[in-house]
Write a protein that binds this ligand. Structure first.
Ligand SMILES: C[S@@+](CC[C@H](N)C(=O)[O-])C[C@H]1O[C@@H](n2cnc3c(N)ncnc32)[C@H](O)[C@@H]1O
Length: 186
């Protein structure tokens, strides 16, 4: 797949560099389950979150069809991930915004997103990767992206590296991927 044609593929291409057959990964926004399925094929254990029951059901159906059994799906907000996960994840993926083809009024919100990102960064393994895809094309997504970037810019440069994509020839505020690596514990 040409990763420059598809933001999700680009986001996961970096995750592949961090993949560990013995490791744990988290899909913080299951949606239709594409990222969850991908993670399940590259990690020993995967946790998946979504606030929409239909998203959890769609994801479970996708996993069942593929015969995948190493995923625990959780119908709850990713802001509560620390209540469910005991391992130190190697990779944590957020695909922000609303479910494609679903109810656009049910979208990630900056308050719970920032809460979840802080929890994710805390539990992430040293040398692990936090991967966030942001959609600035719609108004709420644009505002959420500003808050996420402000948060990322405030992170201690001695502890984290943050890098963001910039698709310079794409019109209309294209999606962006923000990757954060943890260099050492706070
Ligand atoms: C862009 S979609 C994710 C697409 C998905 N990764 C895929 O492969 O199809 C965003 C998802 O985030 C979910 N979501 C919104 N707020 C959430 C929250 N606080 N906790 C967990 N999931 C949330 C939505 O229900 C929606 O399914």
């Amino acid at each position: 797949m040409n990763v420059l044609k598809n933001t999700t593929a680009l986001a996961l291409a970096m995750c592949l560099q961090y993949a560990e057959p013995e490791g744990t990964a988290v899909d913080a926004t299951c949606g239709n389950g594409h990222d969850t399925l991908w993670l399940s094929e590259h990690f020993a254990k995967v946790y998946g979150f979504d606030i929409q029951k239909s998203a959890i059901e769609t994801t479970q159906a996708r996993l069942d069809e593929a015969g995948i059994e190493n995923v625990q799906l959780i119908h709850d907000s990713h802001a509560k991930m620390a209540d469910y996960i005991t391992e130190r994840p190697r990779v944590i993926v957020f695909n922000l915004g609303y479910l494609p083809g679903g109810d656009k009024s049910i979208s990630t919100e900056s308050g719970s997103t920032l809460e979840a990102l802080a929890a994710a960064l805390k539990m992430l393994e040293v040398d692990g990767l936090l991967c966030i895809t942001m959609y600035q094309g719609h108004c709420e997504g644009y505002l959420e992206r500003l808050k996420v970037l402000d948060w990322a810019k405030s992170l201690d440069k001695g502890l984290y590296h943050c890098i963001r994509t910039d698709m310079v020839n794409q019109p209309n505020r294209p999606p962006e991927v923000l990757w954060i690596t943890k260099k050492k514990e706070a």
